[in-house]
Every structure is written in structure tokens, then in C-alpha cells.
Ligand binder design. Sequence first.
Ligand SMILES: [Zn+2]
Length: 369
Amino acid sequence: MSGQADADEATHQHHDGCGCLPSWYVDTLGAAGLPIQNNEDYAPPPEESYGALFLPDTIEKGYHVEELKDGVYWLTTGWYDCMFVCTGNGVVAVDAPCSIGERILDAIGSVTNEPVTHMIYSHWHADHVGAARVFGDKVKRYGHQKTRELLERFPDPDRMVPTETFSRDATLDVNGVKIELSYKGQNHCEGNIFVFAPRQKVLAAIDIVAPGWVAFKGCDSSDNLSGWMQAHDQILAYDFDAVVCGHVSRYGTREDVLAGKEYSQDLLAFSRQAMGEVPLQHFLRQLGSGPYRGAYRAAEENFFNAVANLATKRILERTTSDGRRWTERLNGADVMTKNNVSTMIDKMRMELNHHGYMRREGPPSGFYP
Ligand SMILES: [Zn+2]
């Protein structure tokens, strides 16, 4: 292709029927993949997502405590939450988020005089267990062996390494109260476990589902999206009445997990579909012909941006299984979906069959326009 043809391609004005991609793929969409410019353009949050967000004690004290069932308590700031279990002769704390910090002792002390004798790390992340030190160094600390490995490798005085570890399953019996720990493989991160109080039917499964809210960006900052998606079914396999999820302002129900699962399936299905439809060559031609120009990365970036825009638009316009759109079901769906789609596109390349498998017959699979 000549230099003049390159220039024509670069300045070509797209129009309906010109055979090129519609301009909205790349030109007119805001950060969330929709033409959003002002605060008022964002969907109003569904009221069912509020939970403890605007309760007087949350606003006044910074946290809200609620007994879910027979000594199992939910503790939330309205954006981070955790769980603790009163056993009659000692409290088992499940996580100690930084955002609750030292007030976790006030919160526990508001419902019991029992001391904290045990602590469980759901996973090693600082935002969920970074206040572990407030319980002192005498408590027994349980966690997966991966959690121990990670905290030994990256030491943090505020997250002392677990004293008791396990690989697949462990059952705690603290003063007759049973708590089951289970590791089902990497999802949000390595060592992220399920914590279940079987008699009370309360589960803690952290950073998988955000009840009433859309998954936080990066599909809840997940290391392994296949594991993250699978974890929804693993939660559903428990006989639970309530699930403490780590975020945002509510504990979850079975319906919340099903909604999260459906949303994650949309992310995958529409990302795959868009990857198969948007031609990279279009974006390479915009920058001129020939492989490995200096701006090759720009073509890739424009391509992935277009794929994300297309998948995001379709997900947000879709009527979901309960007859509503995602913006009507999940708080922040219009804000986070493009980021979640981008993460899905990124991880698909590594966790699923590669898009550009090269075969003996047919043209080379490389991105040569
Ligand atoms: Zn985490």
C-alpha cells in the first residue's frame, strides 16, 4: 500500500454503508462504553442495593452489626464487611478489614463480652485482613497454606502469618460450635477459602459476589476468572441462608449469587462474541500498512477498546433473566461493566483457547493487514 493510500485510510470518514466499522465502536463512547458525560447520565442505583449503607449507626459509628443466626454476626462499614462467631467462651473472627480497623473490637464488644480467641483469614489481601494485629498475637490464626506462603514471602507486621494451616478442608470445633473451612482452588486469589457455619447456615465467601452491586472492576480484582466464575457455583452448592461477601453494603442471598453468576456469564459470552466480530486489521490500516510499526500497540489498544465497547453496549442493553437490565438490578453496572469486560478479554486470552490458533492450511494467523 502506498503512502497516499495510508493517508486516505487514516483520514477516511466512516459512514453507514462504507463497509467500515460504525464510529460508535471507538469514537463516541464514554469510559463505561456508553455515551455518558454527566453525573445525571448514570443509572440511579437500585434501592435494594443500599443495605446498611444509610443506616443511622453506620453513619454515626462507621459500622453496623447484625446477628444473622445464633451467634453468627455480620459486621459492615457499608463498603467492607466481615463476620464473627460467638461460641459462648470466645469469639472466632473471620477477617479484619482495614476499613473497620480498631473499631472491630468496639463492634464485637457491643454484642458480647467474650474475648476474640480465634481468627480466620479468608485470604491474604491486606484490605480484608490488614487489621489482624488488633486481636493480639495470642489468638489462633487459621488460613490456607497458600495464605501462609504469601504472608511469609511478603511479610506485613499487621498481617501475622496464620498459625494453623490446611490444604483442602478443615473443621474447627470451638466450644462446640462447628466452622468448616474449604479451599476449592484459586479464584479471586490463591488461598481464598470458603468459611461455613453449618448449623447457622451462614457462609463467608469473600470477593466473589457483591450483593446488589456490580462486580468491582477487574471482575473483583480476580487473579483467575475461570476460578472466579466457578466459585459462584461452589457458593450455590452450600446449603446457606446468608453469605457474607466482603463487599459492599449487604450480605447476600441465593438470588444475589445467581445474579452475579448470570452477570459473569454475560461478561464471558459477549466478550467472546465481540472478539470474533471486530477485525484488528481495521485498526492496523488506520495507522498505515505493514507489520510492527511503532504504533502497533496503538492499533491493538484501539482494537481492544472497540471490542470492549461493543461487548459492554450489548451487555447493558440486554434484558436479563428477571426482565430488567443490569443497571436496574446491580448498583454501578453502567460504571464498571467496561472495565470488567476488558478484564475478561484479557484473561480469556490466557485461560481459554487462544483466538489466533495457527493451522497448516489457510493463511498465517499473525496480525498482518
Ligand atoms: Zn481480596
